[in-house]
Design a protein around this ligand. Structure first.
Ligand SMILES: Nc1nc2c(ncn2[C@@H]2O[C@H](COP(=O)(O)OP(=O)(O)OP(=O)(O)O)[C@@H](O)[C@H]2O)c(=O)[nH]1
Ligand SMILES: [Mg+2]
Length: 428
């Protein structure tokens, strides 16, 4: 990000809370996350304003007096950017911009900006651009967008500066072109997905920065990008994972040994709807998975809220009914052992690990195996007598209990799930 954004912008954060209005109710904690987001985008946060007022001001949201206070602070301290936790109505934004003489953006805008900076692959770039355009279209008349060429920086990376001076018609044209391109990318994904269909598929899901990519690396040596910033991962990456057979001397394990595991984009509170829409293709890996590992940052004091948000987002993308294992991560950060004990008693049937330190990974693998075993059945296949290739594939994908070398065939008895069995049936 540093290479594209050299100038650090002095920034002020604003959060308005109204106890009577669910949409605008926030605790002061919200500012912590907003600060992390702003810093991820390269801003320097110098002050935060938390305004609690149960009378909603349709002109300024935070009230005229507060707007004047912020305006004074902005002028006195050479502030370049004000970020609102709340979504601002068009008139509120216009009124605020008249009072406060610097760029004003909201959280959705900020998240879109981070996505734009972190998009690496062609697909992610297309998806982000689409989301940005969809977001920009109804807000095209905002004052600062006209100024953004001169202002530059956070919130104006936009779908490309050229769009700002173009009209709605051109943006709409670009949107349909992007949708077409994404459709093509999605076709390719579907072909790949078909090939994967025969394998048991696991997805890592969770709040952003929970440690999903770290866990993928620990499990598979994937070399995925890990960073203490929000939305480090925007693309799905899939690796194969060999589940270890560790029962002493036992010939029978009941799970498929080779599974696929995918890391994907993290979630956050109020993830802009345009982003969820345009990332549907990336998120379809989650929807098609057989098992989800919900990675939770146990050391974040807001983890229960974060769990709720992840569940809600999973519902929204159509993955709410999937089998989930809760994986409490970063337990190495918990100094108090009582805390771990408490977590364990509250969240039974979960696992407690440190992906970074490699702690308790074995128990996670055991839990995965347990889940996988649930749908395993014993089956028998009769192969050609020279089909050693399939025999070794069966050893890879299933638990072999008996192999009989007959005169005209090899008869293999094994346990595996429906997916692996139908794959094996197909290749013989
Ligand atoms: N202390 C501690 N830190 C961890 C652990 N796992 C991950 N981290 C740190 O948490 C930060 C985020 O890790 P990532 O693996 O990038 O998290 P992610 O869920 O993939 O995040 P996004 O891709 O941004 O959504 C990094 O600084 C990691 O080093 C852990 O078990 N313990
Ligand atoms: Mg990641």
């Amino acid at each position: 990000m540093e290479e594209t954004r050299k100038e650090i912008e002095k920034t002020v954060l604003v959060c308005y809370s109204n106890r009577r209005d669910k949409k605008n109710y926030h605790s002061e904690d919200s500012l912590e996350e907003l600060k992390f987001l702003a810093e991820t985008a390269g801003a320097e946060v110098v002050k935060t304003f938390f305004q609690q007022n149960d009378i909603y001001d349709s002109r300024f949201m935070i009230g005229k007096g507060k707007a004047e206070e912020i305006s004074e602070y902005v002028t006195d301290n050479d502030i370049k950017l004000v970020i609102f936790e709340n979504e601002l109505a068009y008139t509120q934004l216009r009124n605020l911009e008249q009072k406060i003489k610097c760029k004003i953006i909201d959280k959705s805008n900020l998240i879109l900006d981070i996505f734009a900076s972190n998009a690496r692959t062609a697909q992610a770039k297309l998806q982000v651009e689409l989301a940005q355009l969809e977001y920009t279209l109804p807000r095209l008349t905002r004052q600062w967008t006209h100024l953004s060429k001169q202002l530059g920086g956070i919130g104006t990376k936009g779908p490309g500066e050229t769009q700002i001076e173009t009209d709605r018609r051109l943006i709409k044209l670009r949107i349909s072109l992007l949708k077409e391109k994404l459709l093509k990318v999605d076709e390719q994904r579907k072909t790949q997905s078909k090939e994967r269909k025969n394998f048991f598929r696991i997805s890592l899901v969770g709040y952003t920065n929970a440690g999903k990519s770290t866990l993928l690396n620990t499990l598979t040596n994937a070399g995925a990008y890990v960073e203490n910033k929000l939305f480090a991962t925007l693309d799905t990456s899939t690796k194969s994972l060999d589940l270890p057979v560790n029962e002493k001397g036992s010939a029978v394990t009941k799970f498929p040994k080779k599974v696929l595991i995918s890391d994907t984009v993290g979630f956050i509170k109020n993830l802009p709807h345009d982003l969820i829409e345009s990332f549907k293709s990336t998120l379809s890996e989650v929807v098609e998975s057989d098992l989800l590992l919900h990675v939770i940052d146990a050391s974040n004091h807001r983890f229960t809220d974060q769990m709720e948000i992840v569940k809600k987002t999973l519902d929204e993308i159509g993955a709410g009914e999937k089998v989930i294992i809760n994986v409490f991560n970063k337990v190495d950060n918990l100094e108090n052992t009582d805390m771990i004990k408490h977590l364990k008693s509250e969240f039974k049937d979960s696992v407690f690990i440190s992906a970074a330190k490699g702690m308790n990974i074995k128990s996670l693998l055991e839990k995965i195996k347990e889940e996988l075993s649930k749908e395993n059945h014993e089956r028998t296949l009769k192969l050609r007598p020279d089909d050693h290739k399939t025999v070794s594939m069966i050893y890879k994908l299933a638990e072999v209990s008996k192999v009989k070398y007959l005169k005209n065939s090899i008869k293999v008895t094994f346990r595996t799930n429906d997916k692996n069995y139908s794959y094996l049936e197909k290749i013989i």
